[in-house]
Design a protein around this ligand. Structure first.
Ligand SMILES: [Zn+2]
Length: 369
């Protein structure tokens, strides 16, 4: 026993030689500084919605019809209205996500973030008559090979589509009808395509939620998210617990879950991808840094110290209000002619961050008032 005491004392001395109180915090500090905050996806979650510019994804629907005229949406006002309403419904969900279920679970540590700050813009609805693609899906269910063929033929090799329509658009392939709704994506975090079956069936039965639920799930995959239901698939995030299907309402579960809610970790991963930090889905986010949107001014106010540990692309000006400090640790992209206005008593720190003109020119838009 006495020997053990002597040994443990020697061990402590060898670990903590001398300045114990100074040495340990210094060690922790340098370890933290070596980790780039801009590389952590959790820092991309829109915890303060007004500080996170909305990211709008450009999408296009490709409806594959059959020469018989049966079993698919057609180019008529009612069908087009349904497809447009689907996007509206998705945007209303993305702007008002419900709390994660089961509510009051101690395993759910994520705060409730109602506004995802992600939206969809429907650019075009294409109708392609192609019995092969239509029937392929109908017979064999979801077949990614057929979708890749459709994407190549009707998008990449189509001379009528411009560069933005080809490469800066997420293509939504809607196949022939099928009794159940289902979907797949071209890859995790990938912009090429999402494909769906069974939408027309849902439409005929007046059940749009059947298609929108699976849409938000597949959109999650396209934005870098993986399945989350237990216990096999709960690996990507640990802030939303791990529940069986039907117990959770997370978008990355499957039927019979309701597929509506997202956690802070998941929103961080989605924004990380949409910022172009992983995958290529960031290519479909609409952002024009060469035109200033005066309506989209971001206000940092209310006093205190706000820290931006993720890059931001602002469409408009930035205003720092009195008594409020903003520290920018990552890249801040301003639109051409965009200004940062700092009111008396406000403060901005840009180190090690960086402010750039996204349009390519110089930027000198700092104003003190
Ligand atoms: Zn899935």
């Amino acid at each position: 026993m006495r020997k053990f005491h002597v040994f443990s004392l020697m061990l402590m001395l060898s670990i903590f030689p001398g300045k114990l109180s100074l040495g340990l915090p210094l060690l922790l500090n340098s370890a933290l500084q070596s980790q780039d905050p801009c590389s952590k996806s959790i820092h991309y979650a829109p915890l303060v919605p007004e500080h996170t510019p909305i990211k709008t994804l450009r999408i296009a629907f490709h409806v594959f019809t059959h020469s018989s005229g049966e079993d698919s949406f057609s180019n008529d006002p009612l069908d087009i209205l349904f497809l447009e309403n689907t996007v509206d419904w998705l945007n209303s969900l993305l702007s008002d996500l419900p709390p994660l279920e089961p509510q009051n679970s101690p395993d759910i540590t994520s705060p409730h973030i109602p506004d995802s700050r992600i939206r969809l813009h429907l650019d075009t609805i294409y109708f392609w008559e192609d019995d092969y693609v239509h029937e392929y899906f109908t017979r064999d269910g979801i077949v990614r090979r057929a979708a890749a063929h459709a994407h190549k033929k009707y998008v990449l090799e189509n001379p009528d589509l411009n560069e933005i329509q080809k490469y800066n658009t997420l293509h939504i392939i809607i196949s022939g009808n099928h009794p159940t709704t289902g979907g797949q994506v071209s890859g995790i975090g990938d912009k090429d395509f999402m494909l769906f079956k069974g939408w027309y069936h849902a439409f005929e039965r007046g059940r749009p939620a059947a298609s929108t639920g699976i849409f938000i799930h597949e959109l999650g995959h396209s934005m870098g998210l993986r399945h989350h239901y237990g216990p096999r698939f709960c690996r990507q995030c640990n802030d939303l617990g791990c529940y069986e299907l039907g117990e959770t309402n997370n978008i990355m579960a499957l039927y019979p879950s309701s597929l509506r809610a997202m956690s802070e970790c998941q929103l961080g991963i989605a924004h990380y991808h949409l910022n172009g930090k992983s995958g290529n889905i960031g290519d479909v986010v609409i952002y024009d840094p060469c035109s200033l949107d005066e309506e989209a001014t971001v206000h940092v106010k209310g006093g205190g110290h706000h820290i931006w540990n993720s890059p931001r692309k602002l469409p408009g000006n930035l205003v720092i209000h009195p008594g409020t400090t903003l520290t920018i640790n990552c890249r801040l992209t301003m639109p051409d002619q965009g200004r940062i206005i700092i009111h008396r008593g406000g403060r901005i720190n840009v180190d090690p961050g960086l402010i750039e003109n996204g349009c390519g020119g110089p930027w000198d838009g700092m104003e003190y008032r």
